[in-house]
Design a protein around this ligand. Structure first.
Ligand code: ARG
Length: 568
């Protein structure tokens, strides 16, 4: 595909002798089409060239010439606006699409680089809440998109399976295990045991001691304690897997915190040797006050290790195992400080510089429900499986009312319901808090997953109606020169750069918003143009554009984890 930004940058570089890439980075997309397709802000060169932007613009313009790609150049307030030749743009996009088809938008920019995406990471014996749903959805999307751009990716689930609470769980189970049937709703039951034992600990110091002792025995590998811990872990994982199955998500590694329990001493020794570990009130810490990051606790005064130390051990292990270029932590913003501290301390680890520089916290905002309806007794924890199931049920109900003859209703309802929830998690910049509201998420006409699916299904029915797919050679590009067709072409052209933006910012919402724009542009094209037409020339071109749009909607949604229904 022609890179128009590059073409423009090259032209300007020839005149100014400035670096093409630098110039390319300055090029903007104007807020509206009347101002052209690309815009070069001349003030960026004012300092280097020691001239006023308006003068630079005039001088550049007088030396730039239009050609088969650039049809017009205009000066507006010190900006040079470039109008791309529509034929050239259309041909470039459709040729590329014809060549790449299912792989349109992909590239090999990530070749040879390894990205670890750590996401989801729920805690054993605790509910999988909607915060975990958000990291799961964001992480899976990031993983897919990196992969599509040629990176070698590894999906890590850093399970919370370690900590003193397991000593308590074991004690509670020893006492009351026979009262519970853990095969049914295991997480609720385990939570119940946990609440009960906590109450008892408050009343009775001896019970608390027993719990501590259990944890110690667990760490030392006592077979009974380990067996119970494994049981809790298996039961919890089984529950979590129900969610992962619904979302269609898999992991390459489920090494949780406990996996690092025998790998922490090395970290402590390294920090000691580096002279950064200091004693403070019996605990061992790394003082990060000079970086305004407080202190990072490495070992508590009672000798037990910490969450941060396990993360440091994980970095060491991951660098050795994967020699990664990037390691992304998709974790809510409450842990901002934690990751800043851990990444700072990790500078002391004997790992390649590229690994140290590749550590990145992909911080995301909270998700809240607009109604309290699905809350459990505590009033805050929402069970994700119930939420997903409710989404499916709501869609199924609508289908039964509106389209009772639809085939595979359950299957289609699942794709739409889950798609709606996934999209809702990704619809705006991930760092922002997000409200989950049923009517908004399931609105077929809003900026939603179902809307994208709906437009996709429309492209499919257009193709069915046409009954054939025109050969690329039969497509007359001149037919697609109207504004509505061009908006679709433009969107298709931008697909790859949107994906590149996602990995640059680690925010899949660039893609979610893009898909809405593409769907809207297609709807507009559909409304303004007769696709099935007596004139075969017209029909071929429009059917082909419909085909390409459907494909890109499907590829893009697939990258976000959203499947396309067959009918809607
Ligand atoms: N289990 C933690 C939680 O639910 C998230 C773990 C994040 N990852 C990490 N490497 N610390 O809050």
């Amino acid at each position: 595909m022609l890179d128009f930004k590059e073409i423009i940058a090259e032209k300007i570089s020839k005149i100014t002798q400035l670096d093409i890439n630098e110039l390319k980075n300055y090029i903007e997309i104007p807020p509206n089409k009347d101002m052209g397709d690309y815009s070069f802000p001349c003030f960026k060169l004012a300092k280097t060239l020691r001239k006023a932007p308006q003068i630079i613009a005039e001088e550049l313009k007088s030396q730039l010439s239009v050609d088969e790609n650039i049809e017009k150049i205009e000066i507006v307030n010190g900006y040079l606006n470039f109008y791309i030749n529509r034929i050239s743009m259309t041909r470039s996009v459709l040729e590329e699409f014809e060549k790449k088809q299912e792989l349109f938008g992909s590239n090999d920019s990530g070749d040879g680089k390894t990205v670890l995406v750590e996401f989801s990471s729920p805690n054993i014996a605790k509910p999988f809440h909607i915060g975990h749903l958000r990291t799961t959805v964001i992480g899976a999307a990031l993983n897919n998109i990196y992969k599509y751009l040629g990176y070698n990716t590894v999906r890590l689930n850093h399970l919370g399976d370690y900590g003193t609470q397991f000593g308590k769980m074991i004690e509670g189970y020893k006492k009351w295990g026979n009262e519970y049937n853990l095969d049914e709703n295991p997480i609720e039951q385990l939570m119940d045991i946990y609440v009960r034992i906590n109450e008892l600990c408050k009343e009775d110091e001896n019970v608390l001691d027993a719990c501590r002792n259990n944890f110690k025995m667990l760490e030392e590998g006592d077979s009974y304690c380990v067996e119970l811990w494994n049981k809790f872990k298996d039961l919890s994982l089984k529950e979590f897997c129900k969610t992962y199955d619904l979302l269609g998500i898999e992991f390459d590694s489920l090494n949780g915190e406990a996996f690092y329990s025998d790998k922490m001493q090395e970290v402590i020794d390294i920090l000691n040797t580096h002279g950064v570990l200091v004693e403070s009130e019996g605990a061992k810490i790394v003082d990060l006050e000079d970086k305004k990051l407080g202190v990072c606790m490495i070992e508590k005064s009672n000798g037990s290790t910490t969450y941060a130390t396990r993360d440091l051990a994980a970095i060491l292990y991951r660098a050795r195992t994967y020699n990664f270029d990037k390691c992304l932590y998709v974790v809510a913003y409450e842990q901002n400080l934690h990751f800043k501290q851990v990444f700072e301390v990790a500078k002391n680890l004997p790992i390649p510089e590229k690994c140290k520089n590749g550590l990145e916290h992909v911080s995301y905002g909270m998700i809240r429900l607009s109604t309290g309806k699905m809350s459990t007794r505590e009033g805050t924890v929402v069970k994700v499986n119930e939420l997903l199931q409710e989404a499916i049920d709501r869609v199924l109900k609508v289908i039964k009312e509106k389209d009772p003859n639809m085939e595979n209703k359950e299957e289609e309802a699942k794709k739409i319901g889950i798609g709606a929830v996934i999209y809702n998690n990704l619809c705006s910049t991930i760092i922002k808090d997000q409200v989950f509201d049923w009517d908004t998420a399931l609105n077929f006409n809003g900026e939603t997953g179902p809307y994208i699916q709906y437009v996709y299904v429309r492209t499919k029915s257009v193709l069915e109606k046409a009954g054939y797919l025109p050969k690329f050679e039969e497509v007359n590009i001149n037919i697609l020169q109207d504004d509505a067709s061009q908006s679709v072409i433009n969107s298709l052209y931008n697909f790859e750069s949107v994906l590149m933006n996602v990995v640059q910012k680690n925010d899949p919402s660039f893609l979610s918003r893009y898909l809405i724009e593409l769907a809207q542009n297609y709807s507009n094209f559909y409304n303004e143009n007769k696709i099935i037409d007596d004139n075969k020339d017209i029909q071929n071109a429009r059917v082909y554009l419909t085909y390409a749009t459907g494909k890109v909607l499907k590829i893009g949604a697939g990258l976000l984890g959203i499947e396309m229904p067959n009918r809607m």
